[in-house]
Write a new protein. Structure first.
Length: 196
């Protein structure tokens, strides 16, 4: 009698495993490849036939010739190839944590010094705090605008050229209301290289 009850359970297990473990993932992958091929393949960006990154993953840089991304608790992809990305993650420091407060002060001083930002100018919050994922590819237009003078001077270009480029790369909220205006730092930096 028990064997008779076991057979339908095993058949149901096999059927559901096939449907949810094989058929459904294949169907979703097929639809994604047909409808959203760029996103389904990681939103990879190439330049001169070389893979340079993904528009979904930030990259660390302290080179004055480039715009800087927001701080990262996992240092983005430093020392890793695209094939061996570091894991994402946050510091998980609470708002009263002394280490968090010290990091914010250090980041503020470094950003102000590098970009000649006066003390009376409020810095965008994303340039002071690491992101939740540690891999954010975007900064606010305000954060990009505060870096224009440094980049223009380092590259020996007129400020207006860099300022116009920043405005060209401001992405508006999706559907006009989802999220905030933002700038993809990798795309902006690649456009900078295209100026020369």
């Amino acid at each position: 009698m028990r064997l008779k009850a076991l057979r339908p359970a095993v058949m149901m297990f096999i059927s559901l495993t096939f449907i949810t473990g094989i058929l459904y993932p294949l169907l979703v992958t097929l639809i994604a490849q047909m409808v959203f091929p760029e996103q389904a393949n990681g939103s990879l960006i190439t330049a001169d036939n070389q893979l340079v990154g993904s528009s979904l993953i930030g990259q660390m840089s302290d080179d004055p010739h480039y715009f800087w991304s927001r701080p990262s608790a996992v240092s983005y992809m430093q020392g890793a190839s695209l094939e061996a990305l570091v894991s994402s993650g946050a510091t998980n420091y609470g708002s009263t944590n002394e280490i968090l407060a010290e990091n914010v002060i250090i980041r503020e001083q470094a950003f102000r010094a590098a970009n000649n930002v006066p003390d009376d100018v409020r810095l965008p919050i994303e340039m002071l705090f690491a992101s939740g994922s540690g891999l954010d590819p975007h900064i606010s237009p305000e954060a990009a605008r505060l870096q224009i003078d440094r980049v223009a001077e380092a590259r020996g270009l007129e400020r207006e050229i860099i300022a116009n480029l920043v405005e060209q790369y401001v992405e508006m909220p999706q559907l006009g209301f989802l999220g905030q205006p933002r700038v993809n730092v990798l795309r902006l930096n690649l456009a900078l290289d295209g100026l020369e």
